[in-house]
Design a protein around this ligand. Structure first.
Ligand code: GLA
Length: 401
């Protein structure tokens, strides 16, 4: 209706109409897609960390429902992503079908869309996915068209068996080129559908993907192997992101893997560290738990608006490590309003007092400090601030001039 109205008005301004028609004729899906997805790190949920192969249509619907009833959608979680094990075989035309766990993928996408959510799916550039199901090798365009017809909004594209093809290529250079070509091919296939689909690269950080992930159309790229629900795994990955900040920005993000918050393998302080570190890293926030059975403290960790505001800050500047001394780490990232988010992390088992210095953080001696998890303004301070940080915990601050 508004479009018809606008067209009618335009018909009285002929030169303008011709300019508009020219612009339309030059329009192509590839031009249209780029800015529309992942201008901030994608937020949502993924089935793998909690459900792995035990995922089906009913479970995905229940997760979508829980994303809404828990308040997660309202703070920004919108992608409901099905990971591996949804795939059946191809038919005689080569078209991929979902297996019996997902009787009607289009209906499932409609269900998600009807609730203001989006649906994501998973495949591999190789002939087989990591769990041994059918991958997209040789069927990239067909698969992209199928995903678009279903109404898919996000594709995680996981190297898996393509590694074998690369291994047979004879040299690291040839293997690298094969990988670049494979990701580019699916990127082009997605663009051709004309549907905005987040393209999420997963190849575990091989060949310094952060240096070329954006050039093959990646909106996010995994920088590491798989996370597990342990403090050691989470911190090895999270603190291991040092140095990668300069490669991230709106539309193209480092991905240190999905969240484990709420899965039970870490204590509250450890999960608080997980959430804080991922927000500092401008990481995609893909919950990896069962959202239908969350304890209140899990909901509180996942839905803290001030923490999410750091992750989603429109400047899109990932945190750098300011200082690491033994078990103490300080990370900072500039935010759009001129303030800085500062993460003070204690990797020791016991509580520690950790000193931060405002000059070291780029302030002129004194600064206004807010403790985000405590939701408390601490006032203006000069020189140093001593943060009391629980074992394996964090104090997350917003600091301004
Ligand atoms: C790989 C990925 C995981 C998950 C599994 C599924 O291990 O890194 O995130 O997608 O495959 O098989």
């Amino acid at each position: 209706m508004p479009l018809t109205f606008r067209c009618r008005r335009l018909s009285t301004h002929r030169p303008f109409v011709w300019a508009a028609l020219l612009a339309l004729s030059l329009w192509s899906p590839s031009l249209a897609q780029a800015p529309s997805v992942a201008s901030t790190p994608p937020m949502g949920w993924n089935s793998w960390n909690h459900f792995a192969g035990k995922i089906d249509d009913a479970t995905v619907r229940a997760q979508a429902d829980a994303m809404i009833s828990s308040g997660m959608r309202d703070v920004g979680y919108i992608y409901v992503n099905i990971d591996d094990t949804w795939e059946a075989e191809r038919d005689s035309q080569g078209i991929i079908h979902a297996n019996s766990k997902f009787p009607d993928m289009k209906a499932l996408a409609d269900y998600a869309h009807g609730k203001g959510l989006k649906l994501g799916i998973y495949s591999s550039p190789g002939p087989k996915t990591c769990a041994g199901f059918a991958g997209s090798y040789g069927h990239e365009e067909q698969d992209a068209q199928t995903y678009a017809a279903w109404g898919i909004d996000y594709l995680k594209y996981d190297l898996c068996s393509f590694g074998k093809i690369m291994g047979a290529s004879g040299s690291p250079q040839a293997a690298h080129k094969l990988m670049i070509d494979a990701y580019t091919k699916m990127h082009q296939a997605l663009l051709k559908t004309g549907r905005p689909i987040v393209f999420s690269l997963c190849q575990y950080g091989a060949d310094a993907v952060w240096r070329w992930g954006a050039s093959v159309g990646g909106n996010t790229w995994r920088t590491t192997g798989d996370i597990s629900d342990k403090y050691s795994s989470m911190t090895e990955i999270g603190f291991g992101q040092a140095g990668l900040a300069k490669f991230a920005g709106p539309g193209h993000w480092n991905d240190p893997d999905m969240l484990e918050v709420g899965n039970g393998g870490m204590n509250l302080e450890e999960y608080r560290t997980h959430m804080s570190l991922w927000a500092m890293l401008a990481a995609p926030l893909l919950a990896g738990n069962d959202m239908s059975t969350m304890k209140p403290e899990t909901v509180a960790l996942l839905t803290n608006r001030e923490v999410i505001a750091i992750d989603q800050d429109r400047l899109g500047r990932q945190a750098n490590r300011v200082r690491a001394e033994g078990t103490q780490e300080i990370w900072a990232r500039p935010l759009a309003d001129g303030s800085k988010a500062v993460g003070v992390f204690n990797r020791f088992d016991w509580p520690q007092t950790i000193e931060i210095n405002f000059r070291e953080l780029g302030f002129k001696g004194s600064a206004k400090v807010r403790d985000i998890w405590a939701a408390k303004d601490l006032g203006t301070m000069s020189g140093n601030y001593s943060a009391h940080v629980p074992g394996h915990g964090v104090v997350l601050l917003r600091v301004s001039e």
